[in-house]
Design a protein around this ligand. Structure first.
Ligand SMILES: NC(=O)c1ccc[n+]([C@@H]2O[C@H](COP(=O)([O-])OP(=O)(O)OC[C@H]3O[C@@H](n4cnc5c(N)ncnc54)[C@H](O)[C@@H]3O)[C@@H](O)[C@H]2O)c1
Ligand SMILES: O=C(O)C[C@H](O)C(=O)O
Ligand SMILES: [Mg+2]
Length: 439
């Protein structure tokens, strides 16, 4: 069952023992997936609950609601609400102030005339901006909307909920202000020029959901031309977390990664970066497949081996990673016993983890679990703390190792809500950056 819709059922249930169990049992027998349950109101004779449920599609919702209504006995479905849409009403972020203005004195300190002295101090010594402005704690989250998750080129405005999501994660996990920047151009010259003209307001640039191949040129040029950290999340954030998950799987399975045969399906932004990182880590047999000839050539140039098809990758590889954006691309019959399979496309994986495990995989995960959320917040926090001018390869490897070290025995990666992992990544990246600065 592929659950793609979350809805909240607002249900009134008369207080008769067993009634609530009947509702839950309908949800279970119809193979919907029960989530959080909140009691909204306890009346004299009945209770109203908000029950979060995951469904396959709209028809599935209707079926379950109908079956609950058929229970009778006063059980009433008052509403089917879409909490995901509700959570987005008004957007998920806003620019807030860190100082309160309660008096004229406050106004004069925070704003004019007091602020003028701070401006002059920064004019005299631009370094002071690190102490007296928010610039050093702000990251521009830049997208052109060309590869939003696996939804394709849906444009930057439609991609804004993802960018706001990244900003929420920056704020809550590592206290960084993430500011979405939506570009209405994908032309590398224009993107680079635009970011160069606005970069002074930020301590770093996170490129997000910018498709391949233009993402490669854009990132390379910005890294060369700007003196603040620049990272394309879908390339390196993903590669870091993928390397970490593979290292943890290898640790548990007793496999030497360098000697393993690794296959990558999809050689776009995420896929090529994963291949490069694995090869830099020591993987000798790195196979890749893509539909696009240029993408395949990029793998060859990077030292990997192109194979003809997904079939061949599945046939040859001990470890398979997929980042194609194509739901259900890997079939159960293609899975080999004992394989490690990371089907990382969002919102839907190339094969569901339970299907892969059923088919004999030793480890399987999707893009919800192995997700760059474990990497990018701590990578930027560490880079900002160290006042690093770039995000280097040793900083990325340090981040991957910190994720591995934060992973419990038998798991592939830590829980994304485990605050320790973001602290561990931050500290490891900061240390790696400081080591580089000292040399
Ligand atoms: N889990 C994570 O943290 C994470 C991070 C980044 C990207 N992703 C997911 O990876 C997917 C790709 O993202 P991207 O930024 O690399 O996009 P992209 O457009 O740069 O790359 C996708 C590549 O897949 C190839 N492809 C498409 N169909 C294929 C097929 N049938 N066989 C082989 N190759 C095929 C395309 O030709 C392209 O080169 C998206 O679904 C995204 O959500 C997940
Ligand atoms: O946004 C995510 O959940 C991960 C990744 O950046 C993606 O594009 O899929
Ligand atoms: Mg992304």
């Amino acid at each position: 069952m592929e659950y793609s819709i979350i809805r909240n059922l607002i249900i009134e249930i008369p207080q008769v023992p067993g009634n609530f169990a009947k509702v839950v049992s309908v949800i279970g027998s119809e193979q919907a997936d029960l989530g959080d349950i909140e009691t909204l109101k306890i009346g004299t004779n009945s209770t109203i609950r908000d029950i979060s449920v995951q469904f396959e599609d709209e028809a599935h919702i209707e079926r379950v609601v109908e079956k609950i209504r058929e229970l009778g006995e006063g059980i009433t479905v008052h509403a089917v609400s879409d909490d995901v849409l509700k959570a987005h009403e008004g957007g998920k972020i806003h620019m807030g102030s860190r100082k309160e203005i309660r008096s004229l004195g406050d106004l004069r300190r925070v704003y004019t005339p007091g602020v003028a002295n701070v401006c002059k101090a920064i004019e005299k010594d631009p370094e002071q901006a690190n102490y007296f402005t928010s610039i050093g704690n702000s990251i521009a989250i830049v997208t052109d909307g060309t590869a939003i998750l696996g939804l394709g080129n849906i444009g930057p405005v439609a991609g804004m909920p993802v960018m706001e999501g990244k900003a929420v994660l920056f704020d809550q996990f590592v206290g960084i202000s993430g500011i979405p920047i939506l570009l209405d151009t994908s032309d590398p010259d224009e993107v680079v020029e635009t970011i160069k003209h606005i970069h002074k307001g930020y301590g770093g640039i996170l490129l997000e959901d910018i498709g391949s191949p233009h993402c490669f040129e854009i990132e390379d040029r910005l890294k060369a031309e700007l003196d603040i950290p620049v990272m394309h999340d879908d390339q390196h954030g993903t590669a870091v977390v993928t390397l970490a998950a593979i290292l943890s799987a290898c640790r548990t399975a007793g496999v030497d990664l360098a000697k393993a045969k690794v296959g990558q399906i999809g050689l776009g932004a995420a896929g090529l970066a994963i291949c490069r990182m694995l090869m830099a880590y020591g993987v000798e047999e790195m196979y890749g497949s893509d539909l696009n000839e240029d993408a395949k050539e990029r793998l060859t140039k990077s030292g990997g081996t192109v194979v003809a098809s997904v079939d061949e990758i599945m046939e040859k590889s001990d470890i398979v990673v997929a980042t194609t954006g194509v739901q259900g691309l890997i079939k159960k019959e293609q899975v080999r016993k004992g394989q490690i399979i990371l089907a990382l496309s969002n919102p839907h994986p190339e094969i569901k983890p339970d299907e892969a495990l059923d088919a004999g995989a030793a480890f399987a995960a999707d893009g919800r679990l192995v997700n760059n959320v474990l990497g990018f917040p701590g990578i930027f926090r560490g880079a900002l703390n160290a006042k690093a001018k770039e995000i280097s390869y040793p900083m990325l490897i340090a981040a991957a190792q910190a994720i591995v070290d934060s992973t419990r025995e038998g798991d592939l990666v830590p829980h994304p809500l485990d605050p320790n992992v973001h602290v561990a990544v931050t500290e490891a990246v900061e240390r790696a950056a400081n080591t580089a600065l000292e040399q």
